[in-house]
Design a protein around this ligand. Structure first.
Ligand code: CP3
Length: 343
């Protein structure tokens, strides 16, 4: 049977006339309808755990823009919460968690089997979406990569240089490695459940992979992505995996081959021409418009969008931003981008 979904075709390695397109954080604060539903839920975490409302905000950008993919509305920090970490969001600042700085704190976390009790509403969101989406729209599930999630669990918040996580991995490898193992196993179990509920593709977000260099990049970004991908493929060989080792630079080269991922998502710190030459030669790439273009708009947005489409036109490509769309983005600019891609 022919695969009607454009995103699935690109992930299978097909070069398409016009690339499929979606945006990281496409359900977010730049949309008035998102802000209204979030207010109805009360706060961000209540929205994540309210399956009907989480499905509703996932669908909002699909209705408004007709993207080729919907990404489950949830957050990478729900897994640490399911493992027993305290989690809350400070308005205007971001996430806060209880910290892990010594083995005793790690030892208090729950076993992998216990996470589903907390995460069941997320699987319900996936089931709802799987029923509601049209036959053209692909449903993407996701999780954070172990390194990125560990950086938040160790520091208890986002950090500019992931200093506390680097310190723990150097000074207390026993605790750090134990945490990485637990997160790797937890991520595998979490993603498998999302797939069983109806996710057709999974994406692994390693937002802070760029702060790992050399051997540390191999050990803490590449190896976990490889382990997670292998476990997913063993249970669900038909489900494509997108890896996003953000700001990996040269680390993007060969990342898909080394991990078994079907697609590598590229941030906008590297040029599309460079990525086409060095990364797309191995298969599908996703990216990589600067999210700032969605704020500034105008002719520059159109020109830059077309330049990226052209740069990647020789191989399989999924159009996306290099990182999430920001709350100050102009909703009308998304139409400009889509027109530039689809004509
Ligand atoms: O892409 C999507 O639309 C799917 C949903 C999604 C969210 N977060 C919703 C969200 C996804 C895939 C994420 C991933 C995520 N979450 C990452 C990795 C990707 C990246 O952006 O680097 C990270 C590091 C997080 C952790 C996180 N969640 C932070 C640091 C913040 C605060 C920063 C901010 O933008 O406010 C969040 C909150 C968050 N996650 C929001 C959304 C829509 C904003 C919450 C709100 O409504 O106030």
């Amino acid at each position: 049977m022919s695969q009607p979904k454009k995103l699935m075709r690109a992930l299978a390695g097909e070069t398409l006339e016009t690339p499929p397109v979606w945006m990281m954080r496409q359900a977010g604060r730049y949309l008035p309808e998102y802000r209204a539903t979030r207010a109805e839920a009360g706060d961000f975490l209540s929205l994540c755990y309210n399956s009907d409302l989480a499905a509703e905000v996932t669908l909002q950008p699909i209705r408004r823009y007709g993207f080729d993919a919907a990404i489950l509305f949830a957050d990478i920090l729900l897994l640490p919460q399911a493992l027993g970490a305290d989690l809350w969001f400070v308005t205007g600042e971001g996430p806060r968690l209880s910290t892990i700085t010594e083995y005793g704190q790690f030892a208090k976390l729950k076993d992998v089997d216990a996470i589903h009790e907390t995460l069941n509403p997320v699987y319900d969101t996936v089931s709802i979406l799987s029923r509601e989406l049209s036959s053209e729209t692909t449903l993407i599930g996701f999780a954070g990569a172990p390194w990125t999630v560990a950086t938040y669990m160790i520091a208890g918040r986002g950090t500019p240089d992931q200093g506390p996580a680097h310190a723990l991995r150097e000074e207390d490898p026993k605790t750090f490695d134990a945490l990485m193992d637990l997160l790797t196993q937890g991520t595998i179990s979490y993603l498998k459940r999302q797939i069983e509920a109806g996710a057709e593709v999974v994406k692994i977000f390693d937002s802070w992979a760029g702060s790992l260099k050399g051997e540390a990049f191999t050990k803490y970004a590449l190896e976990p992505a490889k382990a997670i991908t292998a476990a997913i493929k063993e249970a669900h060989p038909e489900v494509p995996v997108i890896a996003f080792p953000r700001e990996a630079g040269d680390g993007y080269i060969g990342f898909a081959k080394a991990t078994g991922a079907d697609c590598v998502a590229i941030d906008n710190s590297v040029s599309a021409d460079w990525a086409a030459e060095h990364v797309q030669k191995d298969g599908c790439v996703q990216g990589n418009l600067d999210p700032k273009r969605m704020v500034t708009g105008g002719e520059a947005l159109v020109t830059e969008t077309k330049r990226i489409v052209k740069a990647f036109s020789g191989g399989p490509h999924i159009f996306n931003l290099g990182h999430g769309i920001t709350p100050d983005a102009e909703p009308e600019n998304v139409h400009l981008m889509l027109e530039a891609i689809r004509g």
